[in-house]
Design a protein around this ligand. Structure first.
Ligand SMILES: [Zn+2]
Length: 88
């Protein structure tokens, strides 16, 4: 085996618990960052991070295709964007 993985640094991730469904999760995270920065020792920097997913802009379906403009026909608006294939 030639390649080995060396850990080059450690850091802490903080995932907020859901307070209420109507509370903006981003605002809660920004408040946590603010609190960490003020009250926790040994902190150099705290960052906002997020998970993301691609969805259809028209119907919100999860994006499943390689194309950036056509999602396999997930809705009427998407069907209008189907590329024209030769022989059709
Ligand atoms: Zn769609």
């Amino acid at each position: 085996m030639g390649r080995v993985i060396n850990v080059t640094g450690y850091y802490v991730e903080v995932i907020p618990r859901v307070i209420r469904p109507d509370v903006d999760e981003k605002e809660v995270c920004l408040d946590i960052i603010n609190q960490i920065t003020k009250h926790v020792d040994y902190v150099r920097k705290a960052n906002l991070a997020y998970d993301a997913e691609a969805v259809c802009e028209f119907c919100g379906s999860i994006w499943s295709e390689d194309s950036d403009i056509y999602n396999g026909g997930c809705c009427d608006e998407d069907v209008k964007r189907k590329p024209i294939q030769e022989g059709e």
